[in-house]
Design a binder for this molecule. Structure first.
Ligand code: NAP
Length: 339
């Protein structure tokens, strides 16, 4: 017998795919939303599921249509859909409006449907950006500074959406519970050819598309462990309002390249070894808007403290080298890396 009914929004997405699989494996009845039903067969095929196992409803974050139908009869919602850009966006609102208004549409529909708890995928991007001074270690107490020019469009969209959702819950939630998972950079095996922008860093390294290694570092987490965090946040009692920063080890691009080189030998032959001096990256940024996006990260340290997630929802991430190697092997197996 099913444990209950869960809606996963943005079921076509990378993290959502793993959340769907983890929920079904744990005995839940799962349904999903996607922007257009034209993608339904491909989404189910990538997850190895039938239409009975994964009913899908069309719902776009920018429109009211579909949200009432999608949430009807659900006990829980995993709200994961939100735009994740792979490059420069035209205006900040291209990300902010769907992220914020979509979260509010989902919350209103969920409350009407009598949903018990909504788990929303926020991000460390809602915590890490625009601080003054030498802020280096981040926790759930931190919020990105929306007035700083160092806070980019994506970080703004995640910060504004999470704040708007929390404000709405406080004012209108009427007892519906809410918490967020705030992951760092999510890597791990791909489920199909349509994978998240977060994997581009590994794909570009393996394909020899990076001239060298800029002095940029990030916390890494595994998509399988992030799916587990979403499940725990849905079922752990007494965590209404919780905010869970999920970040594994903090590695530089040079560390990631070294892991790929040492574990994949010839398959990592295009992975660069040369470290790029900061001045060269700054000069490149004058001509390349994508490089400009990473300038605020040059030489910065942003370590996420995941001890709250470990203690409260039992988050227990695997070693990051395993994640990096599994990511690379799956990209190679999917034919997404030059041979
Ligand atoms: P993804 O594969 O690009 O998934 C994004 C999902 O959002 C897709 O299903 C996409 O639908 C959907 N979406 C985007 N705009 C939409 C709209 N206007 N209406 C309806 N659906 C829309 O990326 P992901 O890595 O799985 O990201 C999922 C969530 O995790 C996002 O909230 C992201 O901010 C968060 N997150 C990701 C990372 C990371 O490193 N990957 C880290 C922290 C937080 P389509 O398939 O139709 O485009």
């Amino acid at each position: 017998m099913s444990k209950g009914k869960v809606l996963v929004t943005g079921a076509s997405g990378y993290i959502a795919g793993y959340v769907v699989k983890a929920l079904i494996a744990d005995g839940w009845s799962v349904s999903g939303t996607i922007r257009s039903l034209a993608k339904a067969d491909a989404v189910r095929a990538s997850l190895g599921l039938t239409a009975d196992q994964l009913p899908l409803t069309a719902a776009d974050l920018t429109s009211d249509a579909g949200w009432a139908e999608a949430t009807a009869g659900c006990d829980f919602v995993q709200h994961i859909a939100s735009p994740l850009p792979t490059g420069v966006v035209k205006t900040d609102d291209d990300l902010i409006v769907p992220a914020r208004d979509g979260a509010l549409r989902l919350l209103r529909a969920a409350k009407t449907a009598g949903v018990k708890r909504v788990v929303m995928t926020s991000s460390v991007a809602a915590m890490y950006y625009g601080m003054t001074g030498q802020h280096q270690t981040y926790t759930e107490a931190d919020w990105s500074n929306l007035t700083s020019p160092a806070t980019g469009a994506y970080a703004k969209s995640k910060t504004i959406a999470e704040r708007a959702a929390r404000d709405w819950i406080a004012a209108e939630g009427g007892g519906m519970e809410y918490c967020t998972i705030n992951p760092a950079l999510v890597l791990g095996p791909v489920l199909g050819n349509d994978f998240s922008g977060s994997l581009l860093v590994i794909t570009k390294m393996l394909n020899g598309e990076l001239p060298g290694l800029p002095a940029i570092s990030f916390g890494i987490c595994d998509v399988r462990d992030i799916a587990a965090a979403h499940l725990s946040a849905m079922t752990t009692p007494g965590i209404d309002g919780g905010r869970f920063l999920c970040s594994g080890e903090y590695l530089s691009m040079a560390d990631v390249a070294a892991i790929l080189k040492s574990r994949l030998a010839d398959k990592a032959k295009r992975v660069p070894t040369m470290k790029l001096p900061n001045f060269l990256v700054r000069v490149s940024a004058l001509f390349d808007a994508q490089v400009k996006l990473v300038l605020p990260e040059l030489g910065r340290t942003r370590v996420g403290d995941a001890s709250h997630a470990r203690a409260v929802i039992g988050w227990n991430p695997r070693p990051v080298a395993e994640t990096i190697v599994d990511t690379a092997r799956s990209l190679i197996a999917a034919g997404l890396v030059k041979s």
